[in-house]
Design a protein around this ligand. Structure first.
Ligand code: GDP
Length: 396
């Protein structure tokens, strides 16, 4: 009996504990419960006042929306317009216009000579000074000795010397040395119906060969000629670009090949095109690698031979940098062995006080200086006029 009572008591106690525990757990759950989110309310809309405008916005305020950028409409590529053609200055009188520059750069020689000759006493020492001055101006040994000899004789005959007399005397002797009556025409025009004249421009790199070819095209255009340029310096892509730019400025076509193309074939094609289009002159710029490389010089000979399949080359102009002195003379000799040079272009005369190279190089090659470069400007290439040159030398 006792046992039965104990069992009933235990069962009752467990029941009570179970009910209490259940209550406690559900209570804590209830406290942790998060109230359900409020139902979203409909946005309030302000009524548009009758007859007026409202700046009222829909609430809530819409986040700022980036204005969609309009899809870019492909525009037609700009139609390339040809740059206006330049009108080169007429060549007549160019040297006179540039005389100031020439006179400045050469005044050391001419003025130095005049002041030495004006000394009261022309003794041996003074004549030696005159000789030295001429030698340092790149005239060359033989022409210097000739000039000094002639000056000595004439001064002796003259007796007393006025500055004007001396100036005239020096002018005459320098002119004689340069060759006042030499034909310096650039042969760039053939008789009617004989096809284009072919002018080849040769020289080592850096002397101003391509620039000179471009400037010469301008000179010819200024004189009313039509010109085709041949970019036969195919080893330097920049040379062909450079030439083409020169041509475009005056409306001359440039014939060019891919980089590394056979220079002879480019030259051939240029003359062919000039022929077919009835153009007056084909101007061929050639590769100007070092003259000491035999194979490359042979190549120059080949260019000339291939071009000659069209007929004779009218002019081969050797471009020399006046500032290089004796080095230019060495180049001149080597080129003479490969091609028959018919004229010399002396560039960068504006950069040297040594005009004597004109005399030296003419003597060496037996061909005249025909053109001179007096600056980097497009029209700074002038036909060589001995009179104007000597006047500039002695500062008249
Ligand atoms: P190339 O390698 O012989 O074809 O030489 P370029 O025609 O490229 O010329 C070489 C540099 O010499 C360039 O900067 C030219 O502007 C410059 N040049 C050419 N002729 C003259 C000139 O008469 N006077 C001066 N001061 N510079 C010149």
């Amino acid at each position: 009996m006792e046992i039965v009572i104990i069992v009933i008591a235990v069962v009752l106690a467990l029941a009570v504990i179970g009910v209490l525990g259940n209550y406690l757990v559900s209570g804590s759950r209830a406290r942790r419960q998060v109230p359900p989110p409020a139902e979203p309310t409909a946005p309030q809309v302000e009524e548009r006042p009758a007859g007026g405008t409202s700046t009222a916005t829909l609430a809530p305020e819409a986040p700022p929306v980036e204005a969609p950028t309009a899809p870019s409409v492909p525009t037609a590529p700009p139609v390339p317009t040809a740059p206006p053609l330049e009108v080169p200055e007429p060549t007549a009188g160019r040297l006179v216009r540039l005389r100031g520059r020439l006179a400045r750069s050469n005044s050391a020689v001419g003025k130095g000579l005049l002041s030495l000759l004006s000394r009261d006493k022309l003794d041996e020492e003074t004549w030696e000074e005159i000789e030295d001055l001429l030698l340092t101006s790149d005239i060359g040994v033989a022409p210097t000795q000739e000039l000094v000899e002639r000056l000595r004789t004439r001064v002796r005959v003259l007796g007393s010397r006025t500055p004007d007399e001396l100036r005239n005397l020096l002018r005459e002797e320098l002119l004689t040395l340069i060759g006042p009556d030499t034909d310096r025409t650039v042969r760039s025009l053939r008789a009617e119906g004989e096809g284009p004249a072919v002018v080849m421009v040769v020289g080592v790199n850096g002397v101003g060969k391509t620039t000179t070819t471009g400037k010469l095209a301008r000179v010819l255009v200024a004189d009313g000629r039509t010109v085709v340029l041949g970019a036969a310096d195919t080893f330097r892509a920049a040379a062909a670009d450079q030439l083409q730019t020169w041509g475009e400025r005056v409306g001359a076509t440039t014939v060019r090949g891919p980089e590394g193309a056979d220079p002879a074939s480019v030259a051939f094609d240029a003359v062919k095109q000039a022929k077919e289009n009835g153009v007056d002159t084909a101007l061929i710029d050639t590769a100007g690698r070092l003259h000491t490389k035999v194979g490359l010089m042979d190549e120059l000979g080949k260019v000339k031979r291939v071009v000659e399949k069209h007929g004779p080359v009218d002019e081969v102009l050797l471009v020399l940098d006046a500032t290089t002195g004796q080095n230019g003379m060495v180049q001149a000799r080597v080129f003479r062995e490969v091609v028959d040079i018919t004229g010399i272009v002396l560039t960068k005369l504006d950069g040297t006080a040594k005009g004597g190279i004109v005399v030296a190089v003419q003597r060496e090659l037996g061909v005249p200086v025909k053109l001179v470069g007096l600056g980097e400007g497009a029209d700074d290439l002038a036909p060589f006029e001995p009179g104007a040159f000597v006047d500039a030398l002695i500062g008249q």
